[in-house]
Design a protein around this ligand. Structure first.
Ligand SMILES: Nc1nc2c(ncn2[C@@H]2O[C@H](COP(=O)(O)OP(=O)(O)OP(=O)(O)O)[C@@H](O)[C@H]2O)c(=O)[nH]1
Ligand SMILES: [Mg+2]
Length: 422
C-alpha cells in the first residue's frame, strides 16, 4: 500500500517534578533543603531519510510519545532526562499543523533532523527556592506538562526529473535503464501504480528521476488513475515527456503529446511550464522513420529538445542522460518550500491573558501563567509568597492594574480565587 498523507499525534515528554527533601545528618537532624531538579522531557524529532519513500507505517501507529523526565531526588540529585523520540520519515515530507493547516517544516535535506516539539522542562527542587528569608521551603516545582499535538505528514517526493506520458509508453523501462531503480515493467496499461525513484549517475554527477503512473485523456476528471500523483513531480526541475513513436498501442504520437500537456496544465499551471525534454521511445519498432519527421513537423516549438531512443534495446540512452544533465545544469537547484512563522512551543510559553469576567472579577491564564503556577501549594505560605513575587516581577500585576484591578477584587488563576490586596 502506498500512503502519501497521514495524520498523526505527537507529544514530547513531560518534565519531571523537582524533589522536596532535607538533608539528614547525625548532628543536624533538620539540615537544609537538598531536593534536586526534575529531568527534561524528551523531544519529538523528525529524521528525514532517503531510505523511505512511503508513509505507510504511520497508518498502523498514529500516536508518538517521547519519554517523560524523571523526578528529582534528595541529596541534590537531578532526575534523568526523558529519551527523545526520533521519527524517521521519507526525505521531502512536509509537516503541517492539523488545526490551522500551516506548514511547520519541510524535511527537505536528508539526515538533517528537525525538532518539532521540545520536551517539557523539569521542575526545580526545593533546594532551588532557598533564600535568606526562606530557609526551609516545603515546596518544589512540578515538571512542565506538554500538550499532545496533531500534525499531517505529506509526502512531496524530491526528484530532479519527472517522467510523464501515457501508460505503456516505456517510462518504467527507461527508468530501469538509466538508474539503479528496478520498477515493475509489463505490457499493459497502469503497470506503475505508485511513484518510483531512481538515482542516475552521469560521470561525477547524479540526479534523481521519478517515474509515475501513466496519464490519459480526461485524467484530470478522474479517468484512469487520475492526476493526484502529479504532486510527486511538483518539485522536479524538468520533465521528460515519454512518447511511443511507434504507435504500438494504435494512438497518434503527436496527439498523445498534446493530451498529456493539456492534463498537466489542468493539474497545475506551474508544472506545465517546466522545461520538457521529449523522448520518442520504441524506435526499434519503427517501420518508417518518417514518423519522427512528421512529429517534429507538427510541433509548434521548433527549438524543443527531442531525443529518439529505444529503452528496450538501450539505444541512444547515454545521449539522453547527457541531454538531461545539460538541461539540469542550467537550472537552479531545488529549495525547500516557504514556511510560515509557526512554533507550537513559542505560542504557549509567552502568553498572558487577563479577562474581566464580572464586576471586580478577573481571570488570568495563558502558557506563561501555567508555567509559573507549576507546583505552587496554596496552603503553604512560602510557596504562595514566591508565586505572588513571580506575578509581580514578571509584569502580571501590571497588566491587571492596566485592566483596572482594585483592592479587594477577585483574581481567578486556574481553579483558585485570590483576593487582590494592594
Ligand atoms: N519494443 C520496445 N518495447 C518497449 C520499449 N520500451 C518499453 N517497451 C515495452 O513496453 C511495455 C511497457 O513498458 P513500461 O516501461 O512498463 O511502460 P510504462 O510507461 O511504465 O507503463 P505504465 O506503468 O503502465 O504507465 C513493456 O512491455 C516494455 O517491454 C522500447 O524501447 N521498445
Ligand atoms: Mg510504469
Amino acid at each position: 500500500m502506498f500512503v502519501d498523507s497521514v495524520r498523526i499525534y505527537i507529544k514530547s515528554g513531560n518534565g519531571g517534578k523537582g524533589a522536596i527533601s532535607f538533608r539528614r545528618e547525625k548532628c543536624a537532624p533538620t539540615g537544609g533543603p537538598d531536593g534536586g531538579n526534575g529531568g527534561r522531557g524528551g523531544d519529538i524529532i523528525f529524521h528525514p531519510t532517503r531510505d523511505l519513500n512511503n508513509l505507510v507505517s504511520f497508518r498502523y501507529t498514529s500516536h508518538y510519545k517521547a519519554q517523560n523526565g524523571e523526578q528529582g531526588q534528595g541529596t541534590n540529585r537531578n532526575g534523568k532526562s526523558g529519551k527523545d523520540l526520533i521519527i524517521a520519515v521519507p526525505q521531502g515530507t512536509i509537516v503541517k499543523d492539523f488545526e490551522t493547516g500551516k506548514i511547520i517544516a519541510d524535511l527537505f535535506y536528508s539526515d538533517k533532523d528537525y525538532i518539532l516539539l521540545h520536551g517539557g522542562s523539569g521542575g526545580k527542587g526545593n533546594a532551588f527556592f532557598k533564600s535568606p528569608t526562606r530557609q526551609a521551603p516545603h515546596f518544589s516545582q512540578t515538571g512542565e506538562v506538554t500538550k499532545e499535538r496533531s500534525v499531517i505528514l505529506e509526502l512531496k517526493t524530491l526528484a530532479d526529473v519527472g517522467l510523464i506520458g501515457y501508460p505503456n509508453v516505456g517510462k518504467s523501462t527507461l527508468l530501469s535503464v538509466i538508474s539503479n531503480a528496478r520498477p515493475k515493467i509489463a505490457n499493459y496499461h497502469f503497470t506503475t501504480l505508485t511513484p518510483n525513484l531512481g538515482v542516475v549517475k552521469y560521470f561525477d554527477h547524479s540526479f534523481v528521476v521519478a517515474d509515475i503512473p501513466g496519464l490519459i485523456d480526461g485524467a484530470s476528471e478522474g479517468q484512469g488513475l487520475g492526476i493526484e500523483f502529479l504532486k510527486h513531480i511538483e518539485r522536479t526541475r524538468i520533465l521528460v515527456h515519454v512518447i511511443d513513436i511507434s504507435g504500438s498501442d494504435g494512438r497518434d504520437a503527436y496527439n498523445d503529446y498534446l493530451v498529456i500537456n493539456k492534463e498537466l496544465k489542468k493539474f497545475n499551471e506551474k508544472l506545465s511550464l517546466l522545461p520538457q525534454i521529449i523522448v520518442l521511445n520504441k524506435i526499434d519498432m519503427l517501420r518508417e522513420f518518417s514518423k519522427v519527421e512528421e512529429f517534429k513537423y507538427k510541433l509548434d516549438d521548433k527549438n524543443a529538445k527531442i531525443v529518439c531512443v529505444s529503452a528496450l534495446c538501450r539505444e541512444n540512452i547515454e545521449e539522453l542522460v547527457r541531454v538531461i544533465w545539460k538541461e539540469l545544469e542550467k537550472l537552479p537547484v531545488q529549495v525547500p518550500v516557504d514556511i510560515e512563522e509557526f512554533g507550537f512551543d513559542d505560542q504557549d510559553k509567552t502568553a498572558i491573558t487577563v479577562t474581566k469576567v464580572g464586576k471586580g472579577e478577573y481571570e488570568v491564564g495563558g502558557g506563561f501563567i501555567d508555567n509559573i503556577t507549576r507546583g505552587i501549594i496554596v496552603s503553604d505560605y512560602e510557596s504562595l509568597s514566591y508565586f505572588w513575587k513571580r506575578l509581580k516581577n514578571d509584569g502580571v500585576i501590571d497588566i491587571l492594574k492596566e485592566k483596572g484591578v482594585k483592592d479587594g477584587d477577585t483574581i481567578r488563576i486556574g481553579k483558585i480565587d485570590f483576593e487582590y490586596i494592594e
